[in-house]
Design a protein around this ligand. Structure first.
Ligand SMILES: [Zn+2]
Length: 204
């Protein structure tokens, strides 16, 4: 699919090999994988990895392929706000927990809003850096829907910063990718920022 996927000639390790690797890390941590409490840990970790990284099994482009072209002349911003996601940093395999705000200004096609959230998940459930995650979501929507513009803003906490290294809890990182009218037109961008600052209808 892309450079995110494994090279084709590298076979995926077996489940047994993956569990063995977890046992090695348990020993590296200083514990004994044979003790009772850790007995099922390797198989649990391997199953957790299937969940954390299931994005590699999803093609984000195909998620957006079913679009609705009857939009009755709707030509205002569509914004899906506060999409909670979980990802993992590719440098430490530590969780990145955050929220994405995804907006686009349709040209002729709109898509079901749940699909936008699924695109976020498809890229979040991979090894990531936040800058690339932000750009990948925006570029995919831009490529498939061909809207007048796309904006993706992500704010998140990186556990590799809060629980190790510099130990800075409470710090959040904000990244954004603006394409088309959101990049070129100040008024459109301001309108988006005003929508983002409005209290939410759901009261959260
Ligand atoms: Zn990290």
């Amino acid at each position: 699919m892309s450079s995110d996927s494994q090279p084709e000639n590298t076979p995926r390790p077996s489940r047994t090999e993956a569990e063995q690797a977890v046992r090695t890390l348990l020993r590296w941590a200083g514990d004994n994988p044979a003790r009772e409490g850790l007995h099922d840990t390797p198989s649990r970790v391997v199953r957790a990895y299937e969940e954390f990284f299931e994005g590699y099994n999803t093609n984000p482009h195909t998620l957006l392929e079913r679009t609705f072209s009857e939009v009755e002349g709707y030509d205002e911003i569509v914004l899906l706000r506060d999409i909670r996601f979980e990802s993992h940093c590719e440098h430490h395999l530590a969780p990145i927990i955050g929220r994405a705000h995804v907006a686009y200004l349709p040209k002729k096609r709109v898509v079901g809003i749940s699909k936008l959230a699924r695109v976020v998940d498809a890229y979040a459930r991979r090894l990531q850096i936040q800058e690339r995650l932000t750009a990948q979501i925006a570029n995919t929507i831009n490529d498939v829907l061909e809207p007048q513009g796309v904006a993706v803003i992500i704010e998140s906490a990186h556990e590799c910063m809060t629980t190790r290294g510099v130990h800075r809890p409470g710090v959040s990182m904000v990244t954004s990718t603006m394409l088309g009218v959101f990049r070129e037109n100040t008024n459109t961008r301001q309108e988006l920022l005003a929508m983002l600052n409005r209290p939410s209808a759901s009261g959260v």
